[in-house]
Design a binder for this molecule. Structure first.
Ligand SMILES: C[S@@+](CC[C@H](N)C(=O)[O-])C[C@H]1O[C@@H](n2cnc3c(N)ncnc32)[C@H](O)[C@@H]1O
Length: 174
């Protein structure tokens, strides 16, 4: 693989997302609630436009220090211009379900034509999961994928359980 150094990637979740970015030939990615630099740095050599949105000043500073483009502030209040091939919401949905509509709606507006919104979320809370699914279904066909474990490094029971509860949801803007 040219830009995904899979063997060096410790996080199974990101490995999964990276593979998806590669398959989609995405050239721009908005990573809402990026957290750390792992995904951005893994993508940098090949993706033209990676932008992290991060509300935590310390994390934002650290992303910036690693050379990544950062919009520091709270989404969706923060102004984000343009559209992206992929917009990623990985474990960043608000706690309050009543905010889902606005949060996902604002995110959807940032997806370019032919692009995709990717939501990575826990499935353990079915009320929240079903609400997300229902809102995303209004945008288009929702595809879901579990994060299947295929790497022996991640076979520990603890991580296995954790990963098995995470699901990726994809909606393409057609
Ligand atoms: C649970 S971490 C997830 C990090 C990474 N996306 C992942 O999947 O591992 C959530 C991150 O999003 C940031 N965050 C949470 N809500 C946010 C919001 N509304 N706008 C911007 N950043 C947010 C937090 O500061 C934190 O760094």
């Amino acid at each position: 693989m040219s830009f995904v150094e899979a063997d060096q990637i410790y996080s199974f979740k990101f490995k999964h997302i990276l593979r998806h970015v590669q398959e989609q030939h995405a050239k721009s990615l908005l990573d809402v609630g990026a957290g750390d630099s792992f995904l951005g740095l893994s993508l940098l050599p090949n993706i033209k436009d990676y932008v992290a949105v991060e509300s935590d000043p310390e994390r934002a500073g650290s992303l910036r220090k690693d050379g990544l483009r950062v919009l520091e502030g709270v989404f969706p209040s923060i102004e984000v211009h343009g559209t992206y091939d992929l917009v990623l919401l990985s474990q960043v949905m608000p706690k309050d379900v009543s905010r889902y509509e606005d949060f996902l709606g604002r995110t959807w507006n940032l997806v370019s034509d032919g692009g995709e919104l990717v939501v990575v979320t826990f499935v353990s809370d079915s009320v929240k999961y079903n609400k997300m699914f229902s809102i995303l279904s209004d945008f288009g066909e929702v595809k879901t994928e579990g994060l299947v474990i295929e790497d022996s490094v991640f076979e520990s029971e603890e991580v296995g359980n954790y990963i098995n509860q995470l699901k990726c949801m994809f909606v393409r803007r057609v």
